[in-house]
Structure formats: C-alpha cells, structure tokens
Write a protein that binds this ligand. Structure first.
Ligand SMILES: [Zn+2]
Length: 236
C-alpha cells in the first residue's frame, strides 16, 4: 500500500553505486529504511530532502519487505542541520545514532526525537542530555533521585551509577561528592516529563551535566557510539 508519512531522517548511507539508504523515524514511531534510487545523481534541490537530520514527507510502498522500501518521493519540511555550527551537528549526530542503535528496545518516540532535534540549535548540550534522560525513563532505568538509593535518606551528596541513583553521606563511600546545584539539575532533568522540556530550558546545563547523565546511561545501556566519542572530544 502506498503511504505518505512524515519522518525524521536520522542517517543516510551510500548504497550500491548511485543509491542511498535513509534511516527514518516515522511519525508512527517506526524505524524504516528507504532506498533512494539514483540519489547521487539528483539535482541539489531534490537532494536536500534526503540529507540526514531533516523532517520530510515521504511517499513509499509500506507493504514491501518489513523494514525496507523504495522511496517514491520526498518533500522537505525542515532541516535541522547547520552549515556553520559544529556543536549543533554533533548533538544531532548523537541523538540520531542513539535512535537507530536503541531501536530493538522498542522505546522510540517521533515526538520526543523531533523536540530534541529542534533543541539542538538552541542548546547543543541540553538536547542530547534531555534525550538520554528520556530514553532511560522509557527503558525503565531512570536513576533514583528522590532519596538515597540504599537507605531512603533525603539528604544526598552524590550519584552512584552502579547502585542506580543518589547516595547519602553514609553510603557515598568512594562516590565523588557533587555540589547541591548539580544534584538539583540532575534531579530536575530526570524527573522532567517528555513533553515538558520548557521546564528545564532556563537551567544552565553545561558539559559536566551532560557527562553525569551520559555516564549513568552508558553504565546501564551497553552501547558504543561513534557520535558519543566525537561529542565528548569537542568539549575536552
Ligand atoms: Zn544512604
């Protein structure tokens, strides 16, 4: 059946001599691969729709082999890619790679990914940090941020990735103590509902806040991402 659906292009890879395969997160939260025939010989105008980090309307036969179809046409709605901001593009790449690598866990959300793509321009650090926190929530792996994860003590001093959340002074052991402000930001971020990013935009999230979230995430989710290494290298 021929369908017209909106989707976010999260990657574009060369395929055969003249074709490209797009990986798309469709508006119905499915990931789909679309083959673009002759992509490399297209005019630049048509090519704009098949670059990574765009929102497009795609026409394709949805009855073809489950996850793979041939693109019939694409109409560009919006591009998130920047021609000048490396940080913005690195944040997009990280969100994009996370999206296709986490697919099998069945937690993808078109709306959330679109919000985070949008946020990359405004705040390249908050966007992937927020995305990681929301993925943890969807995976049921959110850190405990209401009290010490071991003893319920409300006064906490640090985060222990292995235990899965905040720890009190008594249970901090070798855990680094963190400033109250950082703990507050971490709590706010991990409690924020997926559609309420505006609530945390006013907070001043920096690279150390990103790292705190990312290190917790990758401690519990076993993934190696090129885009993560690149993103970190930009800030070091
Ligand atoms: Zn405790």
């Amino acid at each position: 059946m021929i369908k017209t659906l909106k989707g976010l292009v999260i990657s574009a890879n060369d395929f055969r001599e003249k074709d490209v395969i797009l990986t798309i997160l469709l508006e119905d939260d499915r990931l789909k691969s679309l083959i673009v025939k002759g992509a490399k010989t297209m005019t630049s105008h048509s090519r704009a729709a098949i670059l990574p980090y765009t929102l497009c309307e795609f026409v394709f036969d949805d009855s073809e082999v489950k996850d793979l179809a041939i693109l019939k046409s694409a109409h560009l709605i919006k591009s998130y890619f920047s021609t000048s901001d490396l940080y913005q593009n690195a944040a997009l790449a990280l969100i994009g790679e996370l999206t296709w690598r986490i697919e099998e866990r069945d937690v993808l959300s078109f709306d959330l990914t679109q919000v985070c793509f949008d946020l990359c321009k405004e705040n390249a650090i908050l966007a992937p940090t927020f995305y990681l926190a929301q993925l943890l929530k969807a995976l049921g792996l959110s850190p405990m941020v209401d009290h010490c994860v071991i003893c319920d003590e409300l006064k906490v001093v640090g985060l222990n990735n292995h235990e899965g959340g905040f720890v009190c002074h008594k249970h901090a052991l070798k855990t680094d103590c963190l400033a109250v402000e950082r703990l507050k930001k971490f709590r706010l971020l991990n409690r924020c509902p997926p559609d309420q990013v505006a609530l945390i935009k006013k907070q001043d999230f920096d690279f150390s806040d990103f790292l705190l979230e990312a290190e917790f995430f990758f401690y519990h989710v076993d993934l190696k991402l090129k885009a993560y290494d690149f993103f970190k290298s930009l800030f070091k």
